[in-house]
Design a protein. Structure first.
Length: 141
């Protein structure tokens, strides 16, 4: 499977959203594979490139990127939401219950919710989160 296009690359192509310097450093925080960051982690990475950026700017940018469909919020069960820039490829997540590391995974098979268990809802999406312990946390237990 080909690696997804980076968030910065996708944002540069958008004509409906201006990529300011502050927005760019927020987007650049998501560079790399399996990057699922909290707002505070984004702030920490962004400050390496722009020390004056504020947490409010980070939150505003994250909220805008979620509204644009460029980031997906992820509740991993560890408090603060994390943000996933991999919105183009259908995938699930594997979360370490020890350290909280998150990986994109591609489970085989389809998960279906029987009509009788939909309670009248129109299902438009679902996410599956696999939970376990990474090798380091398993060793330290």
């Amino acid at each position: 499977m080909a690696p997804p296009e980076s968030l910065v690359e996708r944002l540069r192509r958008r004509t409906d959203w201006r990529l300011t310097a502050q927005r760019r450093v927020v987007a650049e925080a998501f560079e790399g594979a399996h990057v699922h960051l909290t707002a505070e982690e984004v702030l920490d990475r962004a400050r390496h490139r722009m020390p004056e950026i504020s947490l409010a700017t980070v939150y505003n940018t994250l909220n805008e990127l979620v509204a644009l469909g460029e980031l997906q919020p992820l509740q991993s069960g560890r408090g603060r939401p994390r943000y996933d820039p991999n919105t183009a490829q259908r995938h699930d997540h594997l979360v370490c219950l020890g350290c909280g590391a998150i990986h994109d995974v591609h489970a085989r098979g389809r998960v279906e919710l029987p009509q009788a268990e939909r309670f009248g809802h129109e299902v438009v999406a679902h996410e599956t989160i696999f939970k376990g312990y990474c090798p380091r946390c398993r060793r330290d237990r």
